[in-house]
Write a protein that binds this ligand. Sequence first.
Ligand code: HAM
Length: 432
Amino acid sequence: MKISPVKGTRDFYPPQMAVRNFIADGWKAASRRSGFEEFDGPIFEYLQMYQIKSGNEIVEQLFHLTDRGGRDLAIRPEITPTLARMVNQQINALPRPIKWFSIPRLCRAERPQKGRLREFFQWNIDIIGEESVLADAEVIFCSLDYLRSTGLLPKDVVAKISSRKLLAALLKNLGLAEDILPVLYPILDKKAKIPVEAFTEMLGKVITDSGIISTILKLMDLHNADEIAGLINLNDQAKAALAHLQDLFKTLGAMGVSEYCRFDMSIVRGLAYYTGMVFEVHDAVGDLRAVCGGGRYDNLLKDFGGPAMTAVGMGMGDCVLEILLRERGILKDDTLATKTLDYFIAVADATLADKAVVLAAGIRQAGFSCEFPYKVSALGKQLKQASAYKARKTIILGQEYTIANQLVVKDMAEGLQTAVDAAGFLATLTRI
Ligand code: HAM
């Protein structure tokens, strides 16, 4: 019986694994450059954890299961609730601010499409316990610092930044009640993903006043914060949220990433827990789904039974990112090695095959990578194999060994060959 992989999942053969590692290595390096420490949690949690605050979209996309004890569990669709749970558990022992990163494997029962799968990896950076604008700026900076380090430029990616606090103040000023806002956010988040008619129709299901709908439509198109006052009166809350955003843009400017950043009122975010600054990075052309998304979530730890604790963070998936890196020519299949070796042992005389095994074991014990052929073939073929394995050096076991107990060491980059004493060879290795 032929069994195929489940739709929306990926098999990582060595070349795909090299791509995954290339991406994850960049994420780790960027996290460490900004001082984040790595953490991880379990792959499944109690189902209820995602029902509390993630929002309907995530709940509808959960892979859930019941264990033999009748407990309802879910495979993690995001790691933010796990982070909140873990921080709450040790809240008094953890030095603040908490700056953690993680690269969890996540599952969402989404309809697989370009850049969205049912299983993916997501880089998370989060800062907990720091309410100043510096924490918001650091999260956006670190995301952009990574993207910039891959070679993506402001003409390739843009960080669209807004504020739920500002949006909430404006919507309330329009006369909308506070309790309608949690219903409205996931709809507003769909603005760029669906045709305007469908968007307007969805708005019409929660707002009866067509005047308000038309103001919201205009508001969602704003890219200049100064124009808001022309649409809606700014109350004190809106003014404070606007001032916070301006501070944020100033800090991002000082950090040298303002070319990547722009204000965009249509960024609302689908998840329920965001309370302040929200942002998403998109490809500049706007062809793809978001590269990453995040924001401030000041109530999540409290909602999970912990103390009131401010937090801000973001998640970046590997799928859209990989598409973008390929489209921009930054990632090419043949540029990533699936294997590199310090040494390859070529056996020029088949009677020396057993010596190759002993030598390889000694080289590995000395801490270097080494391979030897299982079957002895023509020397030229073995040297080709050494090049394919990206061996730095090839040791040739041949007549020099039989006659003078010498190994011929070939530097694969320079092509130089030197004969060295076989008996003392392992002792010289630490000096390389
Ligand atoms: P999110 O917007 O649900 O936020 O996901 C963030 C990113 O994860 C997306 O922009 C995308 O790159 C990737 N992603 C999401 N769903 C999929 C999928 N089905 N396939 C491939 N990639 C996907 C969160 O998850 C928040 N927990 C992020 C966060 C951390 N906020 C604060 N801290």
